[in-house]
Design a protein around this ligand. Structure first.
Ligand SMILES: Nc1ncnc2c1ncn2[C@@H]1O[C@H](COP(=O)(O)OP(=O)(O)O)[C@@H](O)[C@H]1O
Ligand code: SF4
Ligand SMILES: [Mg+2]
Length: 330
């Protein structure tokens, strides 16, 4: 079943004299039980898309879409209250900036306990309270927090960014949502905990059939267990399709550069080499190139690229480039 189906999502920042299109006609769909990766350099618009899906962008952003279907219901046509209800029960998000998303005035225990689903059954208050504590404890052990007494009785500002990130993950998975949007969920974590979090998310997908939209600028952690990859550059979806196909037959020069920055992509490349294949950096929204936004950095750019390339679709694989790569990668 199609869980999420987004067509031509556009997100603009409108000021008194300009309109800046931060996300430009993006398509994204995901079926029940699937894991999809949304990748692209910092500043591509990944977090904006995630926030638009859960409906938490503030009013400065103007959002339009031909459709934003959640299990067949168009979220764009719902009232805020109806939308909050759906999103609250079915979709959870791990925010990129956990310390800013946690409530600074409440202790961690209360914040996690609030996200737990209502307990069914009867029982004495004390017994229910005990059960609640046990469930919170079990949740934070799951995300790799061992020192639960100290963490649960702390306020967010008393904890490191890494621990806050784990707390955020615990809160997001507490209700076993149908869709988990994980926005760079492991950036503040050390490598062993990162691996543990990825294992946890993978098992939630496999055992609970939880769909995951994994946002990352790194592919290596998710490539082995994601069904699809969506590559975003500067607010435009440059390529999307089944993971294996994108990996073996990328058509867009930007995807190729991303893949080349992975470890072991080519023999002898032991470590990640960030974007050695592309010079320059992603432009700011105020200085977007016309036509294909990769133009100034693209080794294959030609005159025609000043016109925005159309999206070519081929067996579930789509890409937007006037001069796509032909050869399959090894
Ligand atoms: N609150 C904001 N005000 C102005 N520009 C913003 C704001 N948030 C994001 N942007 C801009 O929107 C673009 C996309 O940002 P974002 O979605 O955070 O990218 P990503 O998550 O891929 O790193 C960037 O150019 C960023 O500078
Ligand atoms: S359209 Fe042109 S500039 Fe854009 S990726 Fe393709 S070749 Fe490069
Ligand atoms: Mg982001």
């Amino acid at each position: 079943m199609q869980l999420l189906d987004i067509r031509n999502l556009t997100i603009e920042l409108r000021t008194s004299d300009t309109v800046i299109r931060a996300v430009d006609k993006v398509n994204l769909s995901l079926k029940e039980g699937e894991v999809h990766a949304l990748v692209g350099e910092s500043g591509s618009g990944k977090s904006l898309i995630a926030k638009a899906i859960v409906g938490v962008l503030n009013k400065r952003w103007h959002i339009t879409a031909d459709r934003m279907h959640w299990r067949g219901v168009d979220l764009m046509r719902l009232s805020n209250e109806q939308r909050r209800k759906i999103v609250g029960s079915d979709i959870a998000m791990i925010y990129q900036d956990p310390s800013r998303c946690l409530d600074p005035t409440a202790k961690i225990f209360e914040q996690i306990a609030e996200t737990l689903p209502e307990m069914t059954g009867s029982g004495f208050f004390l017994k229910r309270n005990r059960e609640r504590k046990d469930r919170v404890k079990a949740l934070i052990h799951k995300v790799g927090i061992k020192d639960h007494e100290k963490v649960l009785s702390s306020y967010p500002h008393e904890l490191s960014e890494g621990v806050c990130q784990k707390v955020m993950i615990a809160m997001a998975i507490a209700r076993t949502p149908k869709l988990l949007i994980a926005d760079e969920p492991t950036t503040a974590l050390e490598s062993t905990t990162r691996a543990q979090v990825f294992r946890l998310l993978k098992s939630l997908n496999q055992l609970k059939n939880m769909s995951i939209l994994m946002i990352s600028h790194e592919l290596e952690e998710i490539v082995n267990w994601s069904h699809g990859i969506h590559v975003l550059y500067c607010g435009q979806m440059v390529e999307a399709g089944p993971t294996q196909r994108i990996f073996t037959q990328p058509r867009h020069p930007y995807t190729q550069a991303l893949l080349k920055s992975l470890p072991d992509y080519e023999q002898g490349l032991a470590h990640k080499e960030p974007f050695y294949a592309l010079k320059g950096t992603i432009p700011t929204l105020q200085h977007l190139p016309i036509g294909c936004r990769l133009g100034p950095r693209c080794p294959k750019a030609q005159k025609a690229c000043v016109v925005t390339p159309p999206l070519t679709k081929l067996h579930g694989h789509s890409y937007a480039c006037h001069f796509p790569l032909i050869k399959a990668m090894k």
